[in-house]
Design a protein around this ligand. Sequence first.
Ligand code: PLP
Length: 217
Amino acid sequence: MPLSDILDRIRSEEARTGRTPGSTRLIAVSKVQPLARVVAVLDEGHRLFGENKVQEAAGKWPALREKYPGVELHLIGPLQTNKARQAMELFDAIETVDRPKLARTIARLKGELGHCPRLFVQVNTGEEAQKAGVFPAAADAFITECRSLGLEIEGLMCIPPEGEEPSLHFALLAKIAARNAINELSMGMSGDFEKAVAQGATFVRVGSAIFGERDDG
Ligand SMILES: *Cc1c(COP(=O)(O)O)cnc(C)c1O
């Protein structure tokens, strides 16, 4: 589907639900996509992208950034502590801060590097064992811990469980954000981004609907 169609659907849903026009930003999730497709979206003028692996992003984005000024890159996949430095050098936002060890490492590197990407805490709203993210009941304490380390938590991110109504998970994420005075909500993917807009998403992460199916299984 053309990028402009996705943007139109976001804008219509904002209008329908009384959101401020333009308050939902579209992250084009370019993981595993052929470079030509990513370049096509850049050539259309889009600049906000998401990748889920540090290594993969490191292989393509430094060169693309040189060619396309203004690129904004979000890490949306789990981050190992030993890749934190590379991630902080590569990404404009890390959406997957989800454990104290990682938060402590980012805080230390923030001091060393003298800069820090925007940080989001990933919440495992469905409390799924195989999924990353802090459980909802532990979210407030973890956010407080991050703040006490000197980290500014600007947003929350979630990936609802397959087969459950995503709106309930989006609403839960919005509630946790509100009570912690957090403004950004990264939620909604190809199958449910309109529902996320209705629940207050400020970022939706859309991959296959823009680029076509990935052959990652
Ligand atoms: C791959 C991915 C997306 C995009 O998924 P689509 O269903 O292709 O839109 C969004 N968020 C995360 C965390 C992802 O890993």
